[in-house]
Design a protein around this ligand. Structure first.
Ligand code: AHR
Length: 687
């Protein structure tokens, strides 16, 4: 190993350790380590030797997140909009539900008002439909059910806005109400519709009580005829208080992971299905391109009413109110680098075979990518930098990475088109690091072909995907990267998850899946010089609206349901380091050979310079309890201090788990109780 500590640094380390307790540690109750050891069941012994003189630099972007609008992660989830089908653009062509139409999620209340959909003079060519309400008798109105209900919080303020026009003379006062099934009203506001042309109106509603599942009533107050579009209701209390912002608890949950990057907008969502004309695939960027679901970023920026809703790959309507600007703003808000994934001329192989853009249309796809870099980083005097500034962000978003493609079939058609885009980015933007792709699997012909191409073309980083049996993560995952060529492209393990086998019903997040992933992640940290990024997939799942299991964060309108997957990953991502410290686990003589992969450790040091806290992660997927004798070697002076200890225990084949946090006394040598099928983190503060 390289980067040896100097003798001076060792002394300094000892002094710092003896002098500090660490701010977070002092608030925690001190655990009785000996009592924990005594409570173990016939434990085995192992020694963990940690050589503080022997370390290597590892990636500072090792743990990130992959956000895709799957399982209602975006609309109905992270995106805080509470009105479903606010734009009246739902259609059978846009969702997998053939019953969907412009009226979906809306219904009439009472019989004094009629509700129709019109298309003449819409607010935008991308937003063709709007509601027409004709009132003969006041008292009822139009009801929106939200995304399976609208959560209301006492004293919270809600921003209501609507585009409206009056087909009648005079003014039509419109009252809006948050109301439950029993008719209880939780808040109300009023706007006056008098303009003959579209005009944006807004008002604030303050909630007078809590309601887990309200609905929203739009009530014209007298006879007349009005047009309505973009009927919107946002809590004011979004993440960082941003307008058009994110649901605070979900965004905070992501921020707590301390991700170093966010990959978006997919996944399969990113490259979709190219449009066809007479059976021939075309770029979706040609003029008057037919309906398609390739995610072209330009359709997701600018005014909300001008954004183009998209047929979501996962069968629902994406408003794209959560678009590229909002993704990048969120990255900035939590200190993560944006990693947008862009299509590069071929579409998803899983929708009837890969289709490719004709070569003479590829310039459109290339410009699409170059323009995104301009949108993110260009000065405000550039075309797309100006759009960013007009949206409220004159400063650059500091885009450093872009991903080209998502687990495409590794065909000649793909290689040709990838290279066209890759070469153009390198030529114009050498400062941008391109992430390529090597197909949907952890091995096999496509994977090999993808890697051969990446090596040949010097693609800086490639994105590997693997959804595998839990055992795979221990038996193959743990050592996977030990022998990877350090001189070739680096690795982004961009989508991975342990999928439990033999489960009747949806695959779950269990102790087994989470801890087997943890074994893999200790291998990733050990190989953090060649694996430079990782992200679990998928990130979110909304209860009752889920297309894919398992997922890291499960939620409904009112709460977040804890998962082992999230907590285990947080132990890694919120406790990442910039140096890996050489360590070895030594078992008793005649210990079973598989102990080497079943009781594992990784040790890193925090801080940009790798001189911060010493972080030890211990994972035990065996059926034995262990006492681990930890030896910090090459610390010149004796020290004693308090460290933070976090443990996760639970039932192996089940979803329940317990997270314990306390302080423990540590020194140059200390013992740790490591229960069977558990994970423990020890964070030793170093000033
Ligand atoms: O994570 C779910 C899906 O799995 C992603 O959209 C796709 O890239 C992969 O096949």
């Amino acid at each position: 190993m390289t980067n040896k500590f100097s003798a001076m640094a060792c002394v300094a380390l000892a002094i710092a350790l003896s002098a500090c307790g660490g701010a977070g540690v002092s608030a925690l109750p001190v655990a009785d380590t000996q009592a924990e050891i005594n409570a173990l069941n016939s434990p085995s012994n192992a020694k963990l030797n940690i050589d503080l003189n022997d370390s290597k630099d590892i990636s500072k972007t090792l743990f990130g997140i992959f956000f895709e609008d799957i399982n209602y992660a975006g609309d109905g989830g992270l995106y805080a909009e509470l009105i479903r089908n606010r734009d009246f653009e739902f259609s059978p062509a846009i969702g997998d539900d053939r019953r969907w139409n412009a009226k979906t999620a809306w219904r009439l209340d009472g019989d004094g008002t009629t509700f129709d959909i019109a298309e003449d003079n819409p607010i935008s060519k991308n937003n063709k439909h709007y509601a027409v309400l004709e009132t003969k008798k006041a008292g009822g109105g139009l009801v929106n059910e939200g995304f399976r209900g609208i959560p209301v919080v006492k004293n919270a303020k809600y921003d209501f806005s609507v585009f409206a026009k009056n087909f009648s003379n005079g003014t039509q006062p419109v009252t809006v109400k948050l109301i439950d099934n029993n008719g209880k009203v939780y808040g109300t506001a009023k706007v006056n519709v008098s303009s003959k042309d579209w005009k944006k109106l807004s008002a604030t509603i303050t909630a007078n009580d809590d309601c887990k599942s309200a609905h929203f009533l739009v009530m014209p107050e007298k006879e007349g005829k009005i047009g309505l579009d973009m009927v919107s209701l946002f809590p004011q209390d979004t993440f960082k208080g941003r307008k058009n912002g994110l649901r605070k608890d979900l965004a905070q949950k992501l921020a707590d992971l301390k991700p170093t990057f966010i990959r978006f907008p997919g996944g399969c969502v990113a490259h979709g299905d190219l449009p066809r004309i007479n059976g021939q695939a075309h770029s979706g960027l040609i003029e008057n391109a037919p309906n398609n679901d390739v995610y072209y970023w330009k359709d997701s920026v600018g005014k909300l009413e001008d954004r183009l809703p998209i047929h979501n790959r996962w069968g629902y309507h994406q408003t794209r109110g959560l678009g590229y600007y909002e993704y990048m703003q969120f990255c900035e808000d939590i200190g993560a680098s944006p990693l947008p994934i862009l299509p590069c001329g071929v579409d998803c192989q899983f929708s009837g075979g890969q289709q490719a853009v004709p070569l003479d249309e590829m310039q459109l796809e290339i410009d699409n990518v170059l323009d995104l870099i301009e949108f993110a980083n260009g000065s405000t005097s550039t075309k797309w930098g100006k759009v960013r500034a007009e949206m409220g962000h004159p400063k650059s978003f500091n885009l450093k990475f872009i991903g080209l493609g998502n687990e495409e079939q590794m065909s000649e058609a793909f290689f040709t088109r990838f290279k066209m885009v890759f070469d153009a980015v390198k030529a114009k933007h050498p400062e941008i690091t391109v992430v390529g792709t090597v197909g949907p699997s952890a091995d096999g012909r496509e994977f090999e072909n993808g890697w051969a191409f990446a090596r040949r073309e010097n693609v800086p980083i490639v994105d590997e995907h693997f959804y595998r049996d839990p055992n795979w993560f221990v038996n193959n995952g743990y050592h996977r990267y030990d022998k990877y060529d350090r001189k070739g492209p680096k690795v982004y393990a961009g989508e991975y998850a342990a999928h439990e086998s033999g489960q009747q019903g949806p695959r779950r997040n269990t102790m087994e899946t989470a801890l087997d992933e943890a074994v893999f992640l200790t291998g990733v940290e050990r190989n953090g010089d060649v694996v430079v990024m990782t992200s679990y997939a998928p990130l979110f799942s909304k209860q009752n609206d889920t297309q894919w299991h398992p997922d890291m964060i499960i939620f409904n309108n009112n709460e977040i349901i804890p998962t082992t997957t999230y907590e285990v990953h947080k132990l890694f991502s919120a406790n990442a380091g910039s140096k890996y410290i050489n360590n070895s686990m030594v078992f008793e003589a005649n210990a079973p050979a598989n102990y080497e992969r079943n009781i594992v450790a990784s040790v890193v040091r925090d801080g940009n310079d790798g001189k911060g806290d010493i972080i030890i992660k211990l994972v035990n997927v065996s059926t034995n309890d262990f006492v681990i004798d930890v030896n910090l070697q090459n610390v010149k002076e004796k020290f004693q201090t308090k460290a933070i200890s976090k443990s996760i225990t639970g039932t192996w084949k089940n979803t329940d788990f317990k997270l314990t946090e306390n302080a423990v006394k540590v020194g140059n040598n200390f013992k740790v109780a490591l229960k069977s099928r558990s994970m423990k983190l020890i964070r030793i503060p170093v000033k």
